[in-house]
Design a protein around this ligand. Sequence first.
Ligand code: NAD
Length: 258
Amino acid sequence: MMTPLAIITGGAQGIGLATVELLLKEGWRVAAMDRDPEAVAELDAAHPDAPLLAMAVDVSDELQVEEAFQHINHWQAENGRATGFDLLVNNAGLAEPECGPIERLSLEDWRLWQESHLTAAFLCTRAAVPGLRERHGAIVNIASTRALQSEPHCESYAAAKGGLLSMTHALAVSLGPEIRVNAICPGWIETGPWQKSANRQSPRHRDIDRSQHPVGRVGEPADVAATVAFLASDKAGFITGQHISVDGGMTRRMIYAE
Ligand code: NAD
């Protein structure tokens, strides 16, 4: 059987890194793109013998994305692999949700969120579709529960993530039956231990942080990675155009002021 190939953006830290590691463990070949060269070098060094291509790429940059996809095709060919891709995970993006009050939000800052989440997903999807079509692959977009509900001053992030959800169902309708497209809405996912060594942090959560989640804990990158692996698998063959919240039940909790 052909070894499947996954392309993961923002794959050198956080949720993307956990997804890279899970898919490698499950026998995938993985091409990871991340704009942080230090984190990319650490990812590469941590997996010397793995079928991993770790690339320093800003996925909101059209030219860099085109070059990265050429690089993936060469890597596959050099290793005697067939053309085509099995999975694209659009995960990269500015993970900070707060952009400050709308009256003071500059156009430049507004664009930072739109470009790192939405434009990047468009550019990578456009580049990946021919290869995904060849192998009847899947796309998983990492959105957020903030596409569905809000704290104050998160307009740019919420709009970008809401856009990703809409793009998910639009793509599912356009690209089926060959390609399935789904989204994940992570809730609070603790990524401190999954940062590059200079920024790594041990989690410190209060009881209230845990207990406000119906499952009784804060999320981990592995929770999202496992959902990516499921949505990429044949077990999810009848699921497309959907989004699934991986949030320990937080968005299902009704909140009234005491
Ligand atoms: P993270 O900061 O730990 O990792 C994000 C990675 O993406 C970093 O390595 C960063 O260098 C890379 N990146 C950012 N912009 C990029 C670009 N333009 N090109 C290439 N690489 C880029 O963040 P995370 O928490 O793992 O977040 C991953 C995704 O999950 C993001 O889309 C984020 O919005 C989403 N998300 C996270 C949470 C959470 O609680 N952690 C919740 C909901 C959604």
